[in-house]
Design a binder for this molecule. Structure first.
Ligand SMILES: NC(=O)c1ccc[n+]([C@@H]2O[C@H](COP(=O)([O-])OP(=O)(O)OC[C@H]3O[C@@H](n4cnc5c(N)ncnc54)[C@H](O)[C@@H]3O)[C@@H](O)[C@H]2O)c1
Length: 502
C-alpha cells in the first residue's frame, strides 16, 4: 500500500475485473453490525476493498467513536472491530463504498472544523474527518453526528456519510491508505482518480505564545505537514483545496487603522484598483508578522500560490479568518481547546464559570474610543458557511488564477469592552475585568474588508455579536455549566460581603 501510486501495479495483481468479492454490511434491528464476504460475481475490484480493510486495522476508530478525552494523538488507540455497536464508518448499514463524493476535512473536530463539518453535513456533503485530538475531544464527533441527524430528522432527509479517522494528517502511510480507499473505480471509465473532490485543511497548531517557545513544532505541523499533504493530493489528483489562513498575515498593516483588503498581502505581483479608483501595484511579501504561528500561515499561503501558478489545474482558496467567536445555536459544540484558552470569549467563559477571578484586558490606552483593542469578531457559524461558499467556487473552477485569498470577517470592528458589555447584557451580571499591559505583537485594530468574499463567493455574515454571546451562554445552559456559575457567583458575592470564607 505504502508507496502505491494511482496506477499502482498492485491493482494488476489483485484487481480481477470480473471478480468477486464484495463486502456487505448488515444492520440488525438492535443496531448491532457485522459484515460478511459475499461472492457476487460482480466486477468490484478487491484492490478497492483492501485499503478499507487496511484502514480498519491501522485506524480502528474509523469504525467506532474515538477514545475518551484523555485519548492519545496516535491512531492506534482503540482495539475495536466493525462488529460493535459503535460503528461510524458503516453507520446504520448505509455505507456504500464510493457511491458518492466526499470532502476531506483535516482537523474537523476542532473549533472551526467541527462547525464547518456540521454545516457540510447539513448541506448534504459526505465528509471524511482526520483529526488526531491534539486540540480536541472525542465527544465532538458524536455531537456533530447528533446535530446532523437531528437536522435531517427535522427536514425529512437522509444524513450524508461521516467517516472519521483518529490520525495525524502528516502520517503519509495512513493518508496514502485513506486515498487508496477512496480511489475512483477505474472500471467506470471516469477521469477522476478519487471520490474525494475537495479538501478543507484546518489541522494546525495555533497558539501564538507556544509558537514562540517551540517554533519547530509549528513549522513542522503547519508548513511541513501542508507540503506532505499537497504532494499526496497532487498524486491522487485532488485539486480543490481550502486553506485556513488568518488575519495575522496582515502583520503590522493592521496598525494603519483601516479595513484590511486582500491585495495588501499577496504572493505574486498584483495590479488592482483601490476604493478611490486609483490603480495600485502590490508586491509579494508581508510586513511585521511578529510570531512563528503567523509566519506559518504566510508561508502556507505562499506555497499554495506557487503551486497554483505552476499547475493551473489546482483551485485553491486561502481564507483569512478574523476573530471567530460564538458556537452552534444548539449549544452542543463550541470552542473547547485542550490547553489554556487565549481567545476572548473562552476566557470570558472561564471568568463567568468561576475558573478565573477576572478577565485580563491587554491594554487600555489604545487609540480607540474606549481604549481597548478593536477586532472584527465573526460568528463561527458564519465562518463555517464561508467554507461552503469557497468550496463551491473551487469546485466550479471559479478561482481566478487558481489561487485566491478571501477575508472572512464581518467588516465591522468591536472593542474588547464592547464584547464584555454584550456578554454582560446576556448574563445580566457584571464581568470582573482588569486592564493589564499590552501583549507583545498585538495590534490596535484589525478589521476586514469583506467585499471580495461578498462579490466573488456570494458570502456575507448573518449573525451578530449579541447572537454569538447568546449562543455561548446557551451552550453553558445546555451543558449545565451555568448552574456552577450561579454557585460560584453567589459564593463570590458572599465572600465579598464577608459572610462566607470559601
Ligand atoms: N480560532 C481562531 O481564532 C483562528 C483564527 C485564524 C486562523 N485559524 C486557523 O484555523 C484552523 C482551525 O482553527 P481552530 O480554532 O478550529 O483550531 P483548533 O485547535 O480548535 O482545531 C484544529 C484541529 O486540528 C487538529 N490537529 C492539529 N494538528 C493535527 C494533525 N497534525 N493531524 C490531525 N489533526 C490535527 C486538532 O486536534 C484540532 O481538532 C487552524 O489552522 C488555525 O490556525 C484559527
Amino acid at each position: 500500500m505504502h508507496g502505491g501510486s494511482v496506477d499502482n501495479p498492485v491493482d494488476d495483481i489483485f484487481c480481477l475485473q470480473l471478480a468477486i468479492v464484495n463486502i456487505v454490511w448488515v444492520s440488525a434491528r438492535a443496531r448491532r453490525k457485522w459484515y460478511y464476504l459475499e461472492l457476487r460475481g460482480s466486477n468490484v475490484c478487491i484492490s478497492r476493498i483492501l485499503p478499507h480493510i487496511c484502514l480498519s486495522i491501522m485506524n480502528p476508530t474509523m469504525y467506532s467513536p474515538a477514545p475518551s478525552s484523555s485519548g492519545s494523538s496516535t491512531h492506534h488507540s482503540i482495539p475495536s472491530t466493525p462488529g460493535t455497536d459503535l460503528g461510524t464508518f458503516f453507520d446504520d448499514g448505509q455505507y456504500q463504498p464510493n457511491s458518492d463524493e466526499y470532502i476531506l476535512v483535516t482537523g474537523g473536530l476542532g473549533f472551526i472544523g467541527s462547525h464547518t463539518s456540521l454545516e457540510l453535513l447539513k448541506s448534504s456533503y459526505n465528509i471524511i474527518i482526520v483529526d488526531d485530538f491534539s486540540n480536541s475531544f472525542d465527544d465532538v464527533l458524536s455531537k456533530i453526528r447528533t446535530l446532523a441527524n437531528r437536522h435531517f430528522d427535522e427536514h425529512d432527509g437522509n444524513c450524508p456519510k461521516l467517516e472519521f479517522h483518529n490520525a495525524n494528517y502528516q502520517d503519509e502511510l495512513f493518508m496514502r491508505t485513506l486515498f487508496e480507499a477512496h480511489r475512483a473505480p477505474r472500471f467506470r471509465g471516469q477521469e477522476k482518480k478519487s471520490d474525494i473532490t475537495g479538501v478543507i485543511h484546518f489541522a494546525a497548531f495555533k497558539a501564538v505564545k507556544e509558537s514562540i517557545r517551540e517554533p519547530l513544532k509549528y513549522y513542522q505541523n503547519n508548513v511541513g505537514g501542508l507540503i506532505k499533504l499537497l504532494t499526496l493530493l497532487d498524486e491522487y489528483d485532488i485539486k480543490s483545496f481550502i486553506f485556513s489562513s488568518s488575519a495575522v498575515v496582515y502583520g503590522s498593516l493592521a496598525e494603519k487603522d483601516e479595513h484590511l483588503i486582500e491585495e495588501h498581502v499577496v504572493h505574486q505581483d498584483e495590479v488592482f484598483q483601490d476604493m478611490d479608483g486609483k490603480i495600485r501595484h502590490s508586491k509579494p511579501g508581508c510586513k511585521g508578522i511578529t510570531n512563528p504561528y503567523g509566519r506559518t500561515k504566510f508561508f502556507g499561503e505562499a506555497i499554495l500560490a506557487d503551486l497554483a501558478k505552476s499547475d493551473p489545474s489546482w483551485n485553491i482558496v486561502g481564507l483569512r479568518y478574523f476573530n471567530p467567536i460564538g458556537c452552534d445555536r444548539s449549544g452542543l459544540i463550541g470552542e473547547d481547546p485542550r490547553g489554556t484558552p487565549s481567545n476572548l470569549l473562552p476566557v470570558i467563559v472561564k471568568v463567568i464559570t468561576g475558573q478565573y477571578d477576572e478577565l485580563a484586558i491587554y491594554g487600555g490606552d489604545w487609540n480607540t474610543p474606549d481604549g481597548t483593542a478593536i477586532r472584527d469578531f465573526i460568528h463561527v457559524t458564519d465562518l463555517a458557511r464561508g467554507h461552503l461558499a469557497a468550496l463551491a467556487a473551487a469546485g466550479d473552477g471559479r478561482i481566478p488564477g487558481g489561487y485566491r485569498t478571501y477575508n472572512l470577517g464581518a467588516g465591522a470592528g468591536y472593542s474588547v469592552l464592547n464584547v464584555v458589555a454584550a456578554m454582560e447584557a446576556v448574563i445580566q451580571r457584571d464581568i470582573p475585568r482588569r486592564i493589564v499591559a499590552k501583549r507583545e505583537g498585538d495590534v490596535q485594530s484589525s478589521i476586514a474588508s469583506a467585499i471580495r468574499a461578498k462579490c466573488e463567493l456570494g458570502w456575507e455574515t448573518k449573525e451578530s455579536l449579541e447572537q454569538a454571546c447568546r449562543d455561548v451562554w446557551n451552550s453553558l445552559v445546555v451543558n449545565g455549566v451555568h448552574a456552577i456559575w450561579i454557585v460560584c457567583w453567589e459564593s463570590r458575592l458572599m465572600r465579598m460581603s464577608g459572610k462566607c470564607h470559601m
